[in-house]
Design a binder for this molecule. Structure first.
Ligand SMILES: [Zn+2]
Length: 426
């Protein structure tokens, strides 16, 4: 189905081929040129191209997926944006993209079944909108590496990791731990989703990028240390936060979750970990049912989990008040060295699963509030990871509103590294 979105792409020395909106072409240092999207009005070309490729998609898909894998495997060079950061003085305007967009073709191979709302087309919708708005070419596109079992083990138990791998390898359609749909491609997608957030964290901490958006799937914030839940296998943001703390030596990380559903897995992962400040807004009385105001953490983390269950239809005014009166003071008191956002776009008014009433532009507004805080508190270090969002139009436009804010801020000075970076362990 995703190949209905196919377009012609080409690059010097390569025959044109059929791709799902370029997600497969981001082969490390290579850039491809799309003659369709380089037209003055690319939107006019989407229909005819899609129709044409519906006819040849089946033949080309297998061929190209195979070729793409060979291409990645044969190219040992690290992603260009990570391997060759442009040296830059503090305050100097940025020439190279300073906002990273981390995604991977393997995310499209996590297949959840016909009619499932968490589907590969979600990533295509975001990329389509970024291209339409001219943002795509203003972003860095590093290809993420998979997280190792040890890195995922910073959050998840060894038994759960092994069971998830076994379930997927056995061809199960749903993880044995619960309600998470999987397919044969889900293992690679899941370890890459966690790896993408870790890579984005590394790039931002080293100052190679100022901020980043991780267009990943499966999403992560429902996955607890010992079970997959919702549409989540591993908790990508939690793994990224622990990676920053344990592997990169940070002492304080803030996680903001604006998905319409409560990030119960993130809450569980850091329930007693005082190194993480969490700020959750969620629609009251929907899945997974947790996230009451009196859930505030325990031990060293007591009071470091802030939950705000919201009434259906709350809208941006409620969010803005909470961000101003609760999120900002808590962040200033905590002084995070890095801010991660679990960005769910199912808080949008048009989303079929949620009803918090946010509009597309509201996501840009919330992003601006967080970026202002990050500029004040942690040299602008923000890494955003996709969680929910199931209306493709609303998702694409709202994620683009987020990325537009990141990109605009990224053109300002990049932060300097705050900790020596060890050899990545994954
Ligand atoms: Zn959600």
């Amino acid at each position: 189905m995703l190949l209905n979105h196919g377009l012609w792409y080409t690059r010097p020395g390569f025959e044109p081929t059929c791709l799902p909106l370029g997600l497969l072409h981001r082969a490390r240092t290579r850039e491809m040129i799309c003659p369709v999207l380089s037209q003055p009005d690319p939107a006019r070309h989407l229909g005819p191209c899609g129709s044409t490729f519906r006819m040849c998609a089946a033949l080309l898909a297998g061929l190209f997926f195979s070729a793409a894998r060979t291409l990645y495997a044969a190219d040992p060079a690290p992603p260009a944006a990570l391997a060759s950061p442009a040296p830059q003085a503090e305050g100097e305007p940025s020439a190279a993209p300073a906002t990273g967009y981390f995604t991977h073709p393997a995310f499209l191979e996590h297949r959840t079944g016909e009619g499932h709302p968490e589907r590969p087309e979600r990533l295509v919708a975001i990329e389509t909108e970024l291209r339409k708005q001219g943002l795509w070419d203003r972003l860095a596109h590093p290809l993420p590496a998979p997280a190792s079992t040890d890195t995922i083990g910073l959050v998840h138990g060894a038994d759960y990791i092994a069971n998830a791998r076994k379930d997927i390898a056995a061809g199960r359609g749903v993880l044995t731990t619960g309600d998470t749909s999987v397919s044969p491609g889900s293992w690679e997608a899941a370890i890459l989703a966690a790896g993408a957030v870790c890579d984005a964290v590394d790039a931002v901490l080293t100052g190679k990028l100022r901020n980043a958006f991780c267009a990943v799937r499966p999403p992560g914030h429902h996955a607890t240390p010992d079970r997959g839940m919702g549409f989540c296998v591993f908790n990508n943001v939690a793994v990224g936060a622990r990676h920053a703390l344990r592997a990169r030596g940070l002492e304080r990380v803030m996680v903001i979750d604006w998905d319409v559903h409560h990030g119960n897995g993130t809450q569980d992962a850091f329930w007693t970990d005082g190194a993480v400040l969490q700020f959750h807004t969620q629609e009251r009385d929907i899945y997974p049912g947790s996230g009451q105001a009196d859930e505030r953490g325990a031990g060293a983390a007591e009071g470091r989990i802030l939950n705000f269950p919201l009434e259906r239809g709350s809208g941006i005014a409620v969010f803005e008040k909470l961000y101003t009166e609760h999120l900002a003071p808590a962040a200033r008191a905590f002084k995070p060295q890095l801010i991660l956002i679990s960005a769910g776009y199912d808080s949008h008014a048009d989303d079929p699963l949620g009803g918090l009433g946010l509009r597309t532009e509201d996501y840009g507004h919330l992003t601006r509030i967080v970026l202002n805080l990050a500029d004040e508190l942690c040299q602008g270090r923000v890494v955003i990871a996709l969680e929910g969002g199931y209306n493709l139009n609303a998702l694409g436009a709202s994620a683009a509103a987020t990325v537009a804010e990141l990109e605009a801020r990224g053109r300002q000075a990049r932060p300097t590294p705050i900790s020596p970076i060890n050899t990545p362990e994954k």
